[in-house]
Design a protein around this ligand. Structure first.
Ligand SMILES: [Zn+2]
Length: 112
C-alpha cells in the first residue's frame, strides 16, 4: 500500500514538473515570437526608409520619372523580408508566413 502511494506521489510530482516545464517552454516560444515580430517590424521600417531614400537620391529628370513609372519591379528591401518568410503588409505586419503561404496584401505592396 505504501509503495503504491509513493508511486502515485512520484507520478504526481513528475506530472507537476512536466506541466511547469511545458508552461516555461510555451512562455519562451511566445517571447521569441514577440521578439521576432518586433525585429521584422524594424526591418520593414528600415527597408521602407532605404527604398524611399533610394527614390529621393535618384535624379528627378523627366526621363527618370518615366522610367520609374514604367518599372514593375518589386521594392527590393521589402521583397527580401517577404522572401525570408515575413508579412510586409499592414494586415499582418511583421508576422511570420507559414511555409509555402502567400499573401495577397503583401503582393499588393510589393508589386504596386
Ligand atoms: Zn501579408
Amino acid at each position: 500500500m505504501t509503495d503504491r502511494m509513493s508511486f502515485f506521489d512520484n507520478l504526481s510530482e513528475l506530472e507537476e514538473r512536466l506541466v511547469a516545464t511545458l508552461t516555461h517552454a510555451s512562455d519562451i516560444k511566445s517571447d521569441y515570437q514577440k521578439i521576432l515580430t518586433e525585429n521584422t517590424s524594424l526591418r520593414i521600417e528600415n527597408a521602407r526608409l532605404r527604398d524611399r531614400l533610394a527614390e529621393l537620391s535618384e535624379l528627378e529628370t523627366p526621363e527618370n520619372k518615366q522610367k520609374q513609372a514604367d518599372k514593375k519591379v518589386p521594392m527590393s528591401n521589402l521583397q527580401e523580408i517577404y522572401d525570408d518568410g515575413f508579412h510586409v503588409c499592414r494586415e499582418y505586419y511583421g508576422k511570420h508566413l507559414e511555409s509555402g503561404e502567400g499573401c495577397l496584401y503583401c503582393g499588393e505592396i510589393l508589386y504596386r
